[in-house]
Design a protein around this ligand. Sequence first.
Ligand code: UFG
Length: 330
Amino acid sequence: MILVTGGAGYIGSHNVITLMESGYDVVIFDNLELGHIETVEALRKIDAKGKVVDFIKGDLQNYNEICDVFKKHKIDSVIHFAAYSQVAESVKNPQKYYFNNVFGTLNLLKAMLSFDVKKIVFSSTAATYGEPDYVPIDENHPQVPINTYGKTKLMIENIMDDYDKAYGLKSVRLRYFNVAGVDSKIRVGEWHEPETHLIPNILKSTFSGGKTFQMFGTDYPTKDGTCVRDYINIEDLANAHVLALKYLENGGVTSFFNLGTNEGNSVKEVFTTCEKITGKQIPVDIKGRREGDPAILIADNKKAKEVLGWNPEKSLEESILSAYNWEKTL
Ligand code: UFG
């Protein structure tokens, strides 16, 4: 049985599908602050080899609530998504981030240790690298986060190293670049309030009542002046988590991997691709730079390919098309 924290959220729910399709039974733990009960219901309806055995509404900041999950179910491994992830908010309200992300994870790890659960796959981020010294960014790149969100994820990575040395708790930390797209069967999708991410914001602006898309910064030192990011498809990303889980099940040592495509696309390129896929001319407001956006973030994904046997397959077009199909259902 796999415990998935944050399983009612965007990345967590897509991972629940991939886990179930790989034959794993899953317990979802989520406080439903950012996740949605409708997402849990959609997951329960999926007919796959594995099942959602239980959904428990609870908060990692409450040690008893997470402990109860381990009392109720025999958990073999944990995949930990539950976290706040908005960069700007993290800088404005660091206390919220340190308590939820760091203290919440400390409670989770404490419960794992007391029930002798020693394997965890953790949702980390490219934001732990900070402003890159070079691209593509490999896993040896210095981790110097420039915002509180990135700092919380790096702290947790460091805590996990210490817990391995002292208690033998094995972790795989997956450092995501820009996650894009939704389930190709549109059973679940991306549902953030407010939405801050590029692709859904461009797509939302094509529907009646949508806000004009705002493009943040056209004076970066990049090919066309807009920021370059590495967009990794959500289903490819979810596959990496199952491979990471299997790696730990097979006795793999604590490790960390970038999840990206080795390729970058600029904001303008993403925008043009959205116009092509939707067949619409999308109005745009050119704005100044958004604070804290590095010019270029591209992953070197060699390590995940070599060690986990991971192979991301989906293109940016496929991610955008799935996201568009999802937006049409809202
Ligand atoms: N952008 C716009 N307009 C929008 C939204 C975004 O122009 O409405 C631009 C941003 O300025 C940036 C690019 O599109 O240049 C990508 O922005 P996103 O918000 O989609 O993604 P980020 O690269 O800022 O964030 C991602 C993850 C975060 C993580 C961060 C780490 O979504 O969770 O990478 O760098 F913290």
